[in-house]
Every structure is written in C-alpha cells, then in structure tokens.
Design a protein around this ligand. Structure first.
Ligand code: HAM
Length: 425
C-alpha cells in the first residue's frame, strides 16, 4: 500500500463539491471587481522565487535541478509568478492591470491542522496604482468574499509596514537587516527580536518607538496614538498618514470592522506599505486565512517600477473556517438520474434515453454499467445519492412510456419517451 506524501491530501467528491462551491463564490466576487483570471506554471526558475521573498520562503522551498541542470522550484506562492507574467505580457498595456489566480502552492513545512505541504491559494494583484483607493479596494475584495460566503467569525487587521521600516531607516539599518527584523516580528520571536535589535545597535529612543508600535493595536484612534508616539519623526509619520488615507477609503468601500495593528510585519520580504491579515480565531495556531498588502517586486524582477498591491486567501483554511462555522455547503441537492433497463434488450434504448436527458434536458444522468437487476439498482441508487431512477420496463416501453421514480418520496410517474427526447417540449 502506498501512502500519500506527508503534508498532502486527497479530496473525495464531497470535499471537492465544497471546494468548487467556494471557488465559484471567490471567482464571482473577484470578477465583480474586474479582476481577470490567469494561470502560471506549477514550477518556476528558483531565482524568481528566491529574489526578494526572504528567508521565510527559502527555508521552505521544494527545489531541484532538472535533467538540463536548471534550478527550479515548486511555487510556494503566486505573487512572484504573477509579476513575472505581468512583466512579460502586460507592462505596455494600460493600467491598472487586475489579475487573479487560484492554484496549488508548495511549502516544506511541518504539517499540522491548517498547515500543509501542498495547499491552495486564491489571490489577486492590482498593478499600477499607488492611490489609497487601490489598497482599500484590495482589502474590500477580500472582505466581500467572506461576506458572500457568510463566514461569521473573522477579524481583519490592517497595518503599515512602512512605519516600522522608516524608524529602522532613520536608525541606519539596511534593508537586509530590516527584513530580518520583520521576520522576527512576524513570527512573534520576542527574544530573537531583542537580540537582533541589540546587534543592530538601535538607540534607546528607537527601541522605545519600536516597542511602542508593536503594542499598538486597536480601533481607528490607534493611528492618533501612534502619531503622538512618533512626534517629530517625519518619515514614519508620513507612512502613518498614508495608512490613514487607506482606512478612510475603506469606509467608502463599506469596510468598517477592522483592527488597526501597527505591530504587523508580514513574513515575505517584498512588502513596503499597507499590510493586512484576516484571522479566523477558531482555527487556532493556523488562524491566518488571508494575507497581503502593498509591495515592491516588479522592478526587482527586471520590470519597470510599478506600484502593486494584492492578497492571497489560504483556500484550505478558508474551507476549514467555514466548516468550523457550521456552514451548510450542500443545501440545494442537485438532481442526478440513473437509467436502468429491466431487460438486456432495452440496454441500448437506456443509453439513448440517458443521452437525451443529458443533452436535451440538461439533467446529469447515467446508465448503470454493472447491469444490476432492478431491485439492486434501486438500492444502489439510494446508497449513492441519486435523486431519480428512470426505469425501462418492457410493458411500458411498448406503450412508448418510461417510469420515473423519485427516490426521496418513492413517487413514480410515467413519462412519454418522445417527451423525454425533447420532441414535445
Ligand atoms: P502568505 O501570507 O505567505 O502570503 O500566504 C497567504 C495565505 O496562504 C496565508 O494567509 C495562509 O492562509 C495560506 N498558507 C500559507 N502557507 C500555508 C500552508 N503551509 N498550508 C496552508 N495554508 C497556507 C502570500 O503568499 C502572498 N503571496 C500574498 C500576497 C499576494 N501578497 C500580495 N499579493
């Protein structure tokens, strides 16, 4: 017996039905805002992935050399591939460019509930605008997806990574070291962070500002409190102003329920501005169902500098969150017909009728290729959740009729074959 590789899953039909349903809602909401779907390869050149994504990603990559000696990696996320695609296909086209994707990603992580080695992301990228309404729209789309799905228990945290970065800039900390600081903050590694700030030689005042910001989490007046803390520091204050503008626009998009979180630092290194995360608290340690923000990647990958903002849902975690919220995925039971002939002589007619039901009447319909007798076919149909069994009996057939049995009620009715075949409808 072979086992699945660690951290991967099989999805059985019930699970797939839920996943396709959620996917459908996501697509509808994304498309409603004008985002267009793209698909990129499952593996990419290693360098695309390691450029500017940071240690967080590098440590967790599946990478390999192919037979031609090229260094490749299974994609751990879709932002870098999406930016590669943007540079080669869309750079000369009008902006904004709005793209979305739903696809599998791979990270070599320690598997646990909500954390897998193969998982799915559903995300989008808005390229070309640095106005606050662009960032606000991106956040609003994510919230709209959750509202459209009816997820009840979630919280949106909005921050701005530029505020922390400008303090570090002013303290003379270079970008690489800043990324390490952000990594430690993101992972909640307090001691490592203290140690790092010691080695970077941060002065007492900067330490105080950093510590103060990391604690700042609350309602909209948090921005005002941060402004007091940062008095006289022009760089960080400007970033705070831009966060305030985004928050203001969020209101126009109808998003009013959020936590301002100035201690938020994302794991990936490319973020530069507004950042946000959405948590489903019931998921415990892996409660982050969505993450994103404004970032800078196009020029690092060889394109012309362009402002970008986006997010990705952890699709699997979204499903888990809905399940924990007791979400009803299958309220509408779909019709499924099984066509059974009571004699072998009517088998070809059963095949023809099943074709008519599928093609003319658009009903999902199949024959029983196991050639079960009627009694067994009925129990099979019941056990497999068919809604109806179409029975071809010799007597009725001679009169040009078939029997349609509704399994839930047991009700039987006769139907004209010509009608089934669509000649009289
Ligand atoms: P990320 O926060 O690394 O951001 O991943 C996005 C989401 O993917 C997370 O919030 C989480 O729900 C889910 N996720 C991550 N790792 C796993 C895993 N091992 N198992 C299950 N789910 C996981 C990004 O990847 C960015 N590319 C998002 C983005 C798009 N930023 C701008 N544009």
């Amino acid at each position: 017996m072979f086992k699945r590789p660690r951290g991967t899953r099989d999805f059985l039909p019930d699970e797939m039905e839920k996943r396709r349903y959620v996917e459908g809602v996501i697509r509808r909401v994304f498309e409603g805002y004008g985002y267009q779907e793209v698909q990129t390869p499952t593996f990419e050149h290693l360098e695309l992935i390691t450029t500017k994504s940071g240690e967080e990603i590098k440590e967790h990559l599946y990478h390999f050399k192919d037979k031609g000696g090229r260094d490749l990696a299974l994609r751990p996320e879709l932002t870098a591939p999406a930016m590669r695609l943007y540079i080669s296909e869309y750079q000369q086209k009008p902006k904004p460019r709005k793209i979305f994707y739903i696809g599998n990603c791979f990270r070599y992580e320690r598997p646990q509930s909500g954390r897998y080695r193969e998982f799915w992301q559903a995300g989008l990228e808005l390229i070309g605008s640095s106005y606050p309404e662009a960032d606000a729209e991106v956040i609003a789309v994510a919230v709209d997806v959750l509202e459209a799905l009816g997820l009840k228990d979630y919280s949106l945290h909005v921050g701005h990574i530029g505020v922390l970065r400008r303090i570090l800039d002013e303290a003379g900390v270079g970008e690489e070291d800043q990324n390490r600081v952000m990594g430690a903050i993101d992972k909640g590694e307090g001691e490592a962070l203290e140690h790092l700030l010691d080695t970077l030689g941060l002065g007492a005042r900067e330490r105080e500002l950093m510590a103060g910001l990391l604690e700042m989490e609350g309602e909209r007046d948090t921005i005002e409190k941060a402004r007091e803390l940062l008095e006289g520091r022009e760089g960080p204050l400007r970033e705070l102003d831009s966060l305030e503008e985004v928050v203001e626009k969020l209101g126009s998009f109808g998003v009013t329920d959020y936590v301002i979180d100035l201690g938020m630092a994302r794991g990936l290194d490319y973020y530069t501005g507004t950042v946000f995360e959405i948590y489903a608290p019931k998921l415990g340690a892996e409660k982050q169902i969505c993450g994103g923000g404004a970032y800078s990647l196009v020029e690092v990958l060889g394109g012309k500098k362009a402002p970008t903002c986006g997010f990705a849902f952890g699709f699997d975690r979204l499903i888990l969150a809905l399940e924990m919220d007791k979400f009803k995925f299958n309220e509408v039971k779909k019709d499924r017909y099984l066509v059974v002939s009571t004699t072998e002589g009517l088998l070809d007619e059963a095949i023809r009728i099943s074709r008519s039901l599928r093609e003319r009447r658009k009903i999902p319909c199949q024959i029983d290729p196991m050639r079960r007798r009627l009694g067994k076919a009925l129990s099979y149909a019941d056990a497999e959740g068919f809604s109806h069994v179409v029975i071809l009996g010799e007597e009725e057939y001679k009169k040009g009729k078939i029997i349609i049995k509704e399994l839930e009620t047991g009700r039987q009715s006769l139907m004209d074959i010509r009608e089934v075949e669509g000649f009289e409808s």
